[in-house]
Design a protein around this ligand. Structure first.
Ligand SMILES: Cc1cc2nc3c(=O)[nH]c(=O)nc-3n(C[C@H](O)[C@H](O)[C@H](O)COP(=O)(O)OP(=O)(O)OC[C@H]3O[C@@H](n4cnc5c(N)ncnc54)[C@H](O)[C@@H]3O)c2cc1C
Length: 246
C-alpha cells in the first residue's frame, strides 16, 4: 500500500514533500490507557531491521488510506517493537481506539526528526505541549537506559492534571535519575497544592524554569503557535538558531 501522507499536521508545520509508504504490517501486541483520551499501543512491525532513533516518528494507517504521524515513545533499547501514545483526535485515531491486541495496522519506516539527543549535548531543554511530549519520552527513556550524564529538563503543558500523558512514568524517571527534571504546567485548572506551574508556557515561565537560556540546546514540540512563539523568544534572547530544534 502506498498512500499520500498529510502535507501538514497539527505540529509545527511538518511538511511531507512526497508519498511515504505506510506498507509495513505491524501487530498490536498490547494497549493501555495513559489518560482518558490517550492510549499507548505496543506495536511489533513485521520487518527486518526496523531501526528507529529516539525523537523519530512513523506514519500509521489502519485500513483508511490516511496515514498519520506518531512519535515513538520507547527507546530502541526497549525492543522488540515500539510504543506509540495516540490521542483520540479524529478519523484515524478513532479507528485506532477501536482496535485490540492482535489486530494489524500499517506503519511506515521511521522518519527523521530534528528532535534528538546529540552525543555532545551537555544539557537539553525540552518543551512540550500536549502530545508534543511523545518524542521526548523516547529521548528520556533512552538516555536513562544508557545512563547518559546529560542534564535533561522537560517542561510540559497540559490542560488539566487528568490530561498529563505518561505522568507516572515521568515522575518515576525523574525520581530515579537526578539529571532529569520534569515540570508540568496546567493551563485549564489550578488544583490545590499543585507542585508544578500554572498557565501557558511563555517567556516568563521559561525564565523561571531555565534561568540560563544560553546553556542548553532546546527542543520544542507541540501546537505550532506555541512552538513558533517560544522559538522567537529564544532567538530574540540570543540563543543561536542552531541550538533550537522544532
Ligand atoms: C511529527 C508528528 C508526530 C506526532 N506524534 C503524535 C503522537 O505521538 N501522538 C499523538 O497523539 N499525536 C501525534 N501527532 C499528531 C497526530 O498526527 C494527529 O493527531 C493525527 O494526525 C490525527 O489524525 P486523525 O485522522 O485522527 O484526525 P483528523 O480527522 O485528521 O483530525 C485532526 C484534527 O483536525 C480536527 N478536524 C478534523 N476535521 C475538522 C473539520 N472539518 N473542522 C475543524 N476541525 C477538524 C480534529 O478535531 C482534530 O483535532 C503527531 C504529529 C506530527 C506531525
Amino acid at each position: 500500500m502506498s498512500v499520500l501522507a498529510p502535507r501538514h499536521d497539527v505540529r509545527a508545520g511538518l511538511f511531507y514533500p512526497m508519498a511515504i509508504p505506510a506498507d509495513i504490517i505491524a501487530t498490536i501486541t498490547s494497549l493501555r490507557d495513559t489518560t482518558h483520551d490517550t492510549r499507548v499501543f505496543l506495536l511489533h512491525p513485521h520487518a527486518d531491521n526496523y531501526a528507529f532513533l529516539p525523537g523519530q516518528h512513523c506514519l500509521v494507517d489502519a485500513g483508511l488510506q490516511r496515514p498519520r504521524p506518531f512519535s515513538f515513545t520507547t527507546s530502541p533499547l526497549q525492543g522488540p517493537g515500539f510504543e506509540l501514545a495516540i490521542k483520540r483526535e479524529g478519523v484515524l485515531t478513532d479507528r485506532m481506539f477501536a482496535l485490540k491486541a492482535g489486530d494489524l495496522v500499517h506503519v511506515s519506516r521511521p522518519l527523521s526528526s530534528r528532535l534528538s539527543l546529540q552525543p555532545n549535548d551537555g544539557e537539553l531543554a525540552m518543551v512540550a505541549g500536549g502530545t508534543g511530549v511523545t518524542p521526548f519520552m523516547s529521548i528520556i527513556r533512552d538516555a536513562a537506559l544508557r545512563h547518559l550524564s546529560t542534564t535533561l529538563w522537560l517542561l510540559c503543558a497540559h490542560r488539566t492534571a487528568a490530561d498529563i500523558i505518561f505522568r507516572t512514568e515521568l515522575e518515576e524517571l525523574s525520581r530515579a535519575h537526578p539529571a532529569l527534571t520534569v515540570v508540568f504546567t496546567l493551563t485549564r485548572e489550578r488544583p490545590a497544592d499543585w507542585p508544578g506551574e500554572h498557565g501557558r508556557i511563555d517567556a516568563a515561565m521559561l525564565h523561571r524554569q531555565f534561568p540560563d537560556w544560553l546553556r542548553p540546546r532546546w527542543l520544542l514540540c507541540g501546537p505550532p503557535l506555541m512552538v513558533v512563539a517560544l522559538r522567537r523568544e529564544l532567538l530574540a534572547a540570543g540563543v543561536p538558531a542552531g541550538r533550537v530544534a522544532v
